[in-house]
Design a protein around this ligand. Structure first.
Ligand SMILES: Nc1ncnc2c1ncn2[C@@H]1O[C@H](C[S@+](CC[C@H]([NH3+])C(=O)[O-])CC(=O)[O-])[C@@H](O)[C@H]1O
Ligand SMILES: O=C(O)C(=O)Cc1ccccc1
Length: 243
């Protein structure tokens, strides 16, 4: 895969439109996410390790908001021979087209159903693993509980949800500290102040982080028996919930 550099917000614009997962973003997404999300590679690798531990033969795995398929590929490497099916879903046509190419680049005996559609519309059944890797934060807040309820219903007992999210903090000092640390991470990865501020404006209306408490409460309200944060770097986290 050729990785193109993300320069989407490099030029000054007096009219920043809402962030969209369009063809331009899909074309630079690998670079964008690696330079923007601390711990992304570790999270992707660990999702594969969770798959090895939790995925039972003849069950289904869901990668909701799969983008270019990084989590699906990490999972697929770990579950050869288990007669499972991975359902990878994204509503961006450009992401799905590129994801299909990435899937085709490797051989595997695990079937992958790649669906271009809205994760709010898909059926979840017989699941041993569901992945929401930085996707829930893009759903309107009022739709999040219904999706978590659907995931809980579709998971088999002992099945696991991996939920990775940018979070916000009620404590203003912590919010400022960890947000600044994240911005330093982006600066260290070569993003200019202009790129950082223009992308922040683009994301303002479309990405609404919850607090860790809100996530935990929502998961336990739906019935999950076990919950933990397993990764945090600044305001970027990954959680697990087991049915
Ligand atoms: N309602 C929706 N239905 C379907 N897809 C959606 C929806 N809303 C957003 N998306 C899709 O969710 C993905 C979010 S990126 C996930 C990274 C990936 N998980 C990864 O492990 O690399 C996270 C980020 O960019 O920070 C995009 O591809 C959207 O098109
Ligand atoms: O870049 C940011 O500031 C983020 O919060 C992460 C991100 C990464 C990729 C697409 C959208 C948001």
């Amino acid at each position: 895969m050729t990785v193109s550099q993300d320069t989407i917000y490099a030029q000054a614009s007096d009219n920043i439109s809402d962030f969209q997962f369009d063809n331009r973003v899909a074309g630079v997404f690998s670079d964008m996410i690696l330079r923007s999300v601390p711990g992304y590679t570790q999270i992707i690798n660990t999702i594969g390790d969770f798959a090895d531990r939790f995925v039972k033969p003849n069950t289904q795995i869901y990668d909701l908001g799969c983008s270019l398929g990084a989590a699906t590929l990490s999972i697929r490497r770990q579950i050869q021979g288990r007669q499972c099916r991975i359902i990878a879903v994204d509503n961006s046509e450009s992401m799905v087209a590129r994801c299909q190419e990435n899937l085709n680049a490797y051989v595997s005996d695990t079937e992958v159903d790649l669906v271009c559609g809205d994760i709010r519309d898909i059926d979840i059944q017989n699941a041993s693993l569901v992945v929401l890797n930085f996707t829930l934060q893009f759903l309107p807040p009022e739709d999040r509980e219904t999706l978590i309820a659907k995931i809980y219903q579709g998971l088999n007992p002992g099945g696991i949800l991996v939920l990775s999210e940018k979070i916000r903090f009620d404590d203003a000092s912590i919010q400022t500290l960890l947000e600044e640390q994240h911005l330093d991470f982006k600066r260290a990865n070569g993003y200019s102040e202009l790129e950082i501020s223009q992308k922040r404006s683009a994301l303002e209306n479309v990405m609404k982080p919850d607090t860790l408490t809100t996530h935990q409460q929502r998961l336990t309200d739906q019935g999950f028996s076990h919950f933990s944060l397993w990764f945090q770097c600044f305001n970027f986290t990954s959680m697990v919930a087991i049915k």
